[in-house]
Write a protein that binds this ligand. Sequence first.
Ligand code: HSE
Length: 446
Amino acid sequence: MIEYRNLRVALLGAGSVGAQVASLLLEHGPELANRAGAGLELVGIAVRDPEAQRTAELPAELFTTDAESLILGADIVIELMGGLEPARTLILQALNSGADVITGNKALLATHGPELFEAAEQVGAQLYYEAAVAGAIPIIRPLRDSLAGDRIKRILGIVNGTTNFILDRMDTVGESLEAALATATELGYAEKPDPSADTEGFDAAQKTAILASLAFHTTVPLDAVYREGITKVTLEEVEAAKKAGYVVKLLAICERLTDADGVEGVSARVYPALVPRDHPLAAVHGAKNAVFIEAEAAGDLMFYGAGAGGIETASAVLGDLVSAARRHVIGGPGVAESTHANLPILPITAVTTRYQITLSVVDAPGVLAEIATLFSEHGVSVEALTQSVQPQSVQPHAIQNSTTPTATLVIGTHEASEAALAATVEALEASDVVSTVTSVLRVEGL
Ligand code: HSE
């Protein structure tokens, strides 16, 4: 047996991921030591309540409530406590004492990333965060290392399992949003009592900021990520999408764009969008995650797997632990974050995409021509149009009991700017022949 130098590993947090990290580290320590070229000694686990129930049985003597003392003397600190504070302060303390830090804290990275990366660089330490985006899926290291020689054009990600589960239930089982959310809550995917971190796209936006920063070598702050959640998506929209050959997915989109003034920049955005059924992302079901990368030289790549879960995410953390240990063995400074491109962050108005718009209209001569004129007046080109006449029973209130028949129009557009589309929708809403603009969804992945 090879005798290795021991590296002291301190763990902060023993929730669903932390407990599994500790358990796997204790179980597979010698094997990981062989991979790392150093012994990995778990010197303690800082928690708020040492008596709390854990998902793994762990030696009681490892627990402490004194995180600050635990950090002192550690070679590697693993932060899995979540939240902004005290996680930020403890990570800064660890980095300033020269320890490498591993974290899965996406909220902290998306909010205070530059401060933490700067602190690591100052002392030659390194911050690892494979677990912060898409749980078990290797995506940080592929972007940072494997694709470092390529240029990323676009990333389309399903990075929130809860919302993917909900939208998938609507699509495959025909549940309403409310029913699918109730199922997600029952199965423990959605947070109780407030699921909005997932359903309003906040969680996905944090991950988008992290991915866009890495992909485009540019600091993308969380507040520059445009965000819409899934709470307005209706079963009718999901069913209409299905008929038209699409599936609705909450997408994290990171894109290199040139705006109307010729400025090259980065767009980072999260919204529910229609994805063609033959796109690889359409096959991502349940609470699974996937990140689809379009690179200039490599072409299309997709990374798929578990986006959450204690033991699954622990795999990503332990991968970082082995990398950090290898670095300690070799010596030298950590790899700093690459922000050399420093591209401008473009607003949502710079984005051009296709749209699918559903309208309830008066079914009378000249109506189609009037609607077509509204589109052309705003420079939006119609690609496809289907019309179905609604039975009287499902007509909107405004014209129910009247003798005016109504029809549903589903209009697909060619690429148009957000600004042109918004102006078109405003004009449609004001038009006498339109009773309701039922739905406006972007189409991505074409
Ligand atoms: N709540 C997240 C999700 C998992 O539903 O994917 C943690 O990021």
